[in-house]
Design a binder for this molecule. Sequence first.
Ligand code: ATP
Ligand code: MG
Length: 207
Amino acid sequence: MSEETDKGVRKNAKHKASMEKQKSKVDARIDEADIERGVAILLTGNGKGKSSSAFGMVMRALGYGHKVGVVQFIKGQQLSGEEIYLREQCPGVDLYQMGTGFTWNTQDRSGDIAAAEKTWAVAKPMLDDDSYDLVVLDELTYMLAYKYLPEDDVVAALANRPVQQSVVVTGRGGGSALQEIMDTVSEIKEVKHAFKAGIKARQGVDY
Ligand code: ATP
Ligand code: MG
């Protein structure tokens, strides 16, 4: 056997041993995880990918025929691909958007609060309805950050939701009380963003 081939064989054997070790560790953890219940997920941080990840889970859930509710706490001027798709192709998904009353430019705090409360009045019953398998509360964190909604009420509704229901909350910040009650918290870090290099937001990718 040439020196090169010998080196290759040893490298393969080492890789195999390392993979086997890793697999047994993962298998042990899979065996340990025996709690069957819905999960509460918070997707936060400054990087791109929070809402798009949430809509990825909507697609997963729909694949299994699960019942999904989506409430968006900010309505941009622009229509989004996910909104068009859900409205046109997924009549079974209950989609609600905060809509009028909230814009970054109004400077109308009481109007914003009224809009937030109206939207929460749609979201809260979903968190109390065990027919929903998945509830997405997109951009909810800002309602807490601006104190448009009472944190206690939101946190309690999330924590006391039906056992088998999963919930995904997106948005930057959100605070420690929220993080505390969520099962999975991912902070998406911005390493780079195309926008900062002058590349325009892209249809089908950014909205
Ligand atoms: P996405 O909806 O693409 O997953 P997101 O939910 O993580 O993004 P948001 O803060 O909700 O982020 O921003 C919504 C819009 O702003 C999207 O068009 C997204 O591409 C863009 N965006 C997200 N992060 C950044 C960033 N760090 N700099 C500039 N634009 C961003
Ligand atoms: Mg978002």
